[in-house]
Design a protein around this ligand. Structure first.
Ligand code: NAD
Length: 287
């Protein structure tokens, strides 16, 4: 079945990315089934989606009727079985290969044979994820950026198993969602997260070597370097749970190439639960 506006879209993981992608899909006219293992996450996601759609209505991106209709197309569910209605299911759970593979295996019996399954992983092997599916040929990476409703770029990443033509079909869908899709090869971190590793890594090394402190490095990169966010503010925004795991996964996937070596400073923040904005504390205090 070709991907159209009538395709119901499933999202597993209703955190920052799952909720953001759901908002985009709803605004593009799809019915969306949003699943999370935590009810609190689903309720939080629903509030974020409503507020995001209202912002688009207030800015004139959607009419009041469109915003209400979009919100009414959202179904929150605690049951994976409800995703049987979907023609496209994307996962945006924790960045961990074992957990993602377990989820994909658990999903498989509930999905139709024609369902396209995708991961929003930032760094993990799409081939390894596809291998957990009954139909690896219908699996690929669809990598949105944070915040998904605002960031136009989407990396579309076919695995070696992905059937020819599927990536093009998904690229057309992303264009219909007003995104700018680029095709990327299934390599660690794809394009953006690979280029971004030294941005975070060198900033952390500057800090650890005592060359400058966090606000000074961020100030230099934004005020003088022209970046919209400094590396520490950006890591806090992404979340150290996500950012640390992505660095560790890229480092391992490049056979421990020292260029991608993770930082102890960030590892300790991750271990302490100081995950940045979402935890109220990271390099900066958000309490
Ligand atoms: P998050 O922590 O905000 O949300 C993850 C959600 O998944 C949580 O609500 C959690 O309850 C849920 N979850 C975990 N395991 C689950 C399971 N087995 N079944 C159902 N729900 C489960 O994380 P996020 O920032 O939204 O990141 C999600 C994915 O998107 C990761 O793979 C990450 O690498 C990727 N990503 C993140 C960013 C970013 O900047 N945060 C950007 C692009 C891609």
């Amino acid at each position: 079945m070709p991907l159209t506006r009538t395709t119901a879209v499933g999202l597993v993981g209703g955190g920052a990315m799952g909720a953001g992608i759901a908002q985009v899909a709803l605004a593009a006219g799809h019915r969306v089934y949003l699943h999370d293992q935590r009810d609190a996450a689903l309720q939080h996601a629903a509030r974020a989606i409503r507020s995001g759609l209202e912002k688009w209505r207030d800015k004139g991106k959607l009419t009041a009727e469109e915003a209400t209709a979009a919100e009414n197309r959202l179904h929150l569910t605690s049951e994976l079985a409800e995703l049987a209605a979907c023609g496209l299911v994307m996962e945006a759970i924790v960045e961990d290969l074992t957990q993602k593979q377990a989820l994909l295996q658990a999903l498989t019996p509930h999905l139709t044979d024609t369902c396209i399954v995708a991961s929003n992983t930032s760094s993990l092997s799409i081939a390894a994820l596809a291998s957990a599916c009954r139909h690896p040929e219908r699996f690929l990476g669809i990598h949105f950026f944070n915040p998904a409703p605002l960031m136009p770029l989407v990396e579309v990443v076919p695995a070696v198993q992905t059937q020819p033509g599927l990536a093009d079909e998904v690229r057309s869908l992303m264009q219909a969602w007003n995104k700018v899709p680029v095709l990327a090869k299934d390599t660690p971190g794809f394009i953006v997260n690979r280029v971004a590793r030294p941005f975070y890594g060198e900033a952390l090394r500057l800090l650890e070597e005592g060359i400058a402190d966090v606000p000074t490095i961020d100030w230099a990169m934004t005020e003088l370097g022209g970046f919209r966010m400094g590396p520490f503010a950006l890591m806090d925004f992404i979340g150290h749970d996500v950012n640390y795991r992505v660095t560790a996964s890229v480092f391992e996937a490049f056979f421990y190439d020292p260029r991608y070596k993770p930082s102890f400073t960030q590892k300790r923040l991750f271990e302490a639960g100081y995950w940045g904005r979402k935890a109220g504390r990271g390099f900066y205090d958000y309490a």
